[in-house]
Design a protein around this ligand. Structure first.
Ligand code: AMP
Ligand code: ZN
Length: 464
């Protein structure tokens, strides 16, 4: 079936066509490991995970590369400011290498909790310094670079297609770039390929290069590592929408200037997570929530966030609120409960995936990953009159894309004897229309950490 994806390059939905039949090279810009990922960052990784699972579901063999930015990303995105890793090291009294190792591990834990599949290849910027130097040398040999007192820069005026991804007028990009003034730059949009270590300062992370001791600019790592690990298989490149104007624009300019070939055919971007009131969630805004403090510490299963993310299309801003997350928690709990009920009714019958529903589901995910509509198909399936075993088999088939770990939801939860007794008493109270007693028992169950739901199929009591 046709897979349509929105390509930021052409600003339209396009039928996906990989460079090599049956295979996809996917590169997703990874985290800068100087702090925890916030749930906004994680929204972008969730979108990318759905993309990858959708490609796999469509039968493609996906080679997925994700980088870990452990050097060169400066506090001011535009070649000024301090290195975020060295900044993190100062803040925590550790080495930059320790900071990188610690936050890389934290990131991997976060994505595991969200059931985000690991990339085929993880790559750290600091492990590919020679490849980055090589790429800069190629650009230098072709006359795209110039030297200033603090580094080697890419001359954007020499790459006429510079605005092809952002679709902005060059003046608008230059205006944005003027936030940080570097009088030695020829054009406001020029960017650093290599930065020199400041005179008289020994950085924790620095390397010898033909131009002097220093470190790579942030953008060059993604160009060098995507070519290193994907070779010619440059199909899809992703990130958050904030990457369009600077990071991805610069990646395209330096890569296409160096090779003379198109650098990735499809560019896909996830919209931001915003907090109520419309502000974007960002570390610099001081309003950032981690998976740990927004979910784990509140006793909410992190997969509720995955479920919540499916309620909004990835190209639309998603609003965070405690209420929305609680609604998502209830949603996923109810879904798991439905799985358990179906499992009991199916009684060991493996069932068969229903082709009609499968086609409906595929139609939605293949329409630029329309997860809100795919979730509506899930609801339709659950309400259908298919045999329980077939409903379950179809749902498990969808879960290859949903990644809600529904196969685990059928582990029957056995309640402790005294809780079973309270549940039985509450049943009786409700039959007797003794609502005061019923409410009292509900409160007592909740006080012990149980969720109590009265649904058309009866009372449900479970631990979240
Ligand atoms: P960083 O670690 O800052 O390089 O960002 C990691 C990823 O998160 C990038 O793809 C960003 O575009 C993305 N991102 C940053 N802030 C948000 C946000 N509030 N909502 C969604 N994605 C974001
Ligand atoms: Zn990148």
């Amino acid at each position: 079936m046709l897979l349509q994806l929105y390509n930021s390059l052409t600003r339209s939905k396009e039928a996906f066509q990989p460079l090599t039949a049956g295979q996809v090279g996917l590169y997703t810009c990874g985290p800068t490991v100087y702090n925890y990922a916030h749930i906004g960052n994680l929204r972008t990784y969730l979108f990318e995970d759905v993309l990858k699972r959708t490609l796999t579901y469509n039968g493609y063999a996906v080679k997925h590369v994700m980088n870990i930015t452990d050097v060169g990303h400066l506090t001011g995105d535009r070649d000024m400011g301090r290195d975020k890793l060295e900044e993190g090291a100062r803040r925590e009294g550790k080495t930059a290498w320790e900071i990188a190792a610690y936050y890389t591990a934290a990131f991997k834990q976060d994505i595991a909790r969200l059931n985000i599949l690991e990339p085929t290849i993880w790559c750290r910027a600091t492990d590919s310094i020679p490849e980055q130097i090589d790429l800069i040398r190629r650009l230098e040999a072709q006359g795209y670079t110039y030297r200033t007192s603090d580094g080697i820069y890419f001359d954007t005026a020499q790459f006429p297609a510079y605005t092809k991804l952002s679709h902005q007028k060059i003046e608008a990009l230059q205006e944005g770039a003027r936030v940080e003034i570097n009088p030695e730059k020829r054009n406001a949009t020029d960017f650093a390929l290599w930065k020199f270590s400041p005179p008289g300062v020994q950085r924790q992370m620095e390397w010898d290069a033909p131009w002097g001791v220093g470190f790579p600019g942030w953008h060059i790592e993604c160009s060098a590592m995507s070519m290193k690990y994907l070779g010619a298989q440059l199909d899809i490149h992703c990130g958050g929408t904030d990457h369009i104007d600077v990071h991805h624009t610069n990646e395209i300019a330096q890569s296409e200037a160096a090779t003379g070939k198109p650098f990735f055919n499809y560019w896909m971007h996830g919209a931001f997570l915003i907090i109520s009131g419309g502000k974007k969630m960002a570390k610099s805004e001081g309003n950032f929530l981690t998976l740990e403090n927004a979910f784990v510490n509140r006793g909410i299963d992190p997969l509720a966030y995955r479920y919540a993310a499916f309620q909004t299309h990835y190209r639309k801003p998603m609003e965070y609120s405690v209420e929305a997350m609680e609604a998502a928690r209830n949603g996923i709990q109810h879904l798991r409960h439905q799985v358990r009920t179906l499992k009991t009714a199916a009684g060991g019958d493996a069932g068969r995936c229903h082709e009609g529903f499968q086609e409906k589901f595929l139609t939605e995910i293949n329409d630029d990953l329309n997860m809100p509509r795919a979730m509506a198909v899930v609801q339709e399936l659950l309400k259908s009159h298919l045999a329980e075993a077939d409903r379950l088999a179809t749902l498990f088939d969808f879960d290859q894309v949903l990644g809600l770990d529904l196969a685990q939801a059928d582990r029957t939860q056995r309640l402790p004897a005294e809780i079973e007794q309270m549940v039985a008493d509450r049943h009786k109270a409700r039959q007797d229309r003794d609502f005061a007693r019923s409410d009292e028992l509900r409160d007592a169950l909740q006080a012990q950490g149980y969720v109590v739901q009265d649904t058309p199929e009866g009372m449900k009591v479970f631990k979240p």
